[in-house]
Design a protein around this ligand. Structure first.
Ligand code: ADP
Ligand code: F6P
Length: 353
């Protein structure tokens, strides 16, 4: 029986376990043994010093019930030394020593660069997109994105209910690294009124305050400001320290050079607008550590089967994705060359209404 291997890498994302389950079942059907590599690329380079910490022979029984398990059963890690070709060669040699005939890498664009490197070193490798950020241009969906948006939607609904009760506005920070997709889809699904994303260059705190002031004038004192975590670094320079030092009343220390964050933004916007209170909320890891939505779990199921089929047919250096709602695959180079396209039309609509 041929051996194949699977690993999860980068930030964990809902649906990774469902994909591993699917890979295991497809491998089993095709008469292959499955080896789980633990902690991303770390498990390929002997970083733990203990083989049992690095690999696990996965029986079907061990993975049949993990599809709805949050997090990643195989663990994940960021392995910065994997950019080094000598380290990649060590990993390829390790896989050869295990007689591995193919590898499935579940992760984002960084993980796909690692997958590509292994493919170039002769290890047949297939990628499955797993990142809540949805920052892979070649695919409409990556595992975890739909779940993360649903988590944010639920959270914002609750935040808006409290805002409504008190006639008070809110800042809500969501994840996404340099991609505004989680923020955009959260805003759209909750009717939030103000959206700030990393794709928006040189935005200013005054733009936000003016927009909120205009909404208050039109009778809406309870607007929700959705900000993507990566947007702060696109903000026009603003001296948080000097603005906040008198205003906080000591409720929270502020230091020279303090970067903008959700708390400061809420205080500053509240102070500039005056006519409504603004509270800060950060959704955080609940976006990542959740059970996969139906959409993510279903994509994971299909992606796992497609990946194993590709390996069985001798394919390598390819990634699975979704285009026009259909699962497809393409080569890694071309996939990574496609930059994510942000939906500006919907972004403008949120901020215009
Ligand atoms: P994601 O896969 O979600 O984009 P990261 O960017 O953190 O997450 O990348 C995950 C891992 O992929 C890194 O820790 C590293 O092991 C590997 N990786 C990232 N960039 C490269 C690269 N240029 N070459 C080889 N491996 C890489
Ligand atoms: O890539 C997924 C992600 O959750 C991003 O949204 C976020 O910027 C980053 O990972 C945070 O990573 P960590 O908290 O694991 O360092």
């Amino acid at each position: 029986m041929a051996n194949i291997a699977v690993l999860t890498s980068g930030g964990d994302s809902p649906g990774m376990n469902a994909a591993v389950m699917s890979v295991a079942r497809a491998a089993n059907l095709m008469g292959m043994n499955l080896i789980g590599i633990k902690r991303g690329f770390n498990g390929l380079i002997g970083k733990s010093g203990n083989l049992e910490e690095d690999i696990i022979h996965l029986s079907l029984d061990q993975v049949l019930d993990i599809a709805d398990l949050p997090g990643t059963f195989l663990r994940t890690a960021r392995c910065l030394e994997f950019k080094d070709p000598a380290v990649q060669e060590k990993a390829a040699a390790f896989l050869r020593s295990l007689d591995v005939k193919g590898l499935v890498v579940i992760g984002g664009d960084g993980s796909f660069l690692g997958a590509q490197a292994l493919a170039k070193k002769g290890i047949p490798t297939i990628g499955i997109p797993g990142t809540i950020d949805n920052d892979l241009g070649y695919t409409e969906l990556s595992l975890g994105f739909d779940t993360a948006v649903n988590v944010c939607m639920e959270a914002v609904r609750a935040i808006r209910a409290t805002g409504r009760s008190h006639d008070r506005a809110a800042v809500v920070e969501v994840m996404g690294r340099n991609c505004g997709d989680i923020a955009l889809n959260t805003a759209l699904s909750t009717g939030s009124e103000i959206l700030i994303v990393p794709e928006m260059k040189n935005w200013s705190v005054d733009d936000i305050a003016n927009r909120l002031a205009a909404l208050v004038e039109r009778g809406n004192k309870r607007a929700t400001i959705i900000i993507a975590e990566g947007a702060y670094k696109q903000m026009a320079p603003f001296d948080v320290y000097n603005f906040m030092k008198d205003y906080t009343g000591g409720s929270r220390p502020v230091f020279p050079g303090s970067p903008m964050d959700a708390y400061f933004l809420s205080r500053i916007v509240e102070h500039k607008v005056m006519k409504t209170e603004v509270r800060a909320n950060i959704i955080g890891y609940t976006q990542r550590g959740n059970q996969p939505s139906a959409r993510d779990a279903a994509f994971a199921f299909e992606a796992g089967v497609v990946a194993v089929n590709l390996l069985k047919h001798g394919d390598t250096n390819r990634v699975v994705g979704v285009h026009n709602g259909k699962v497809f695959h393409m080569d890694i180079e071309s996939a990574l060359a496609i930059k994510p396209s942000f939906n500006r039309r919907m972004f403008n609509m949120v901020n215009a209404l």
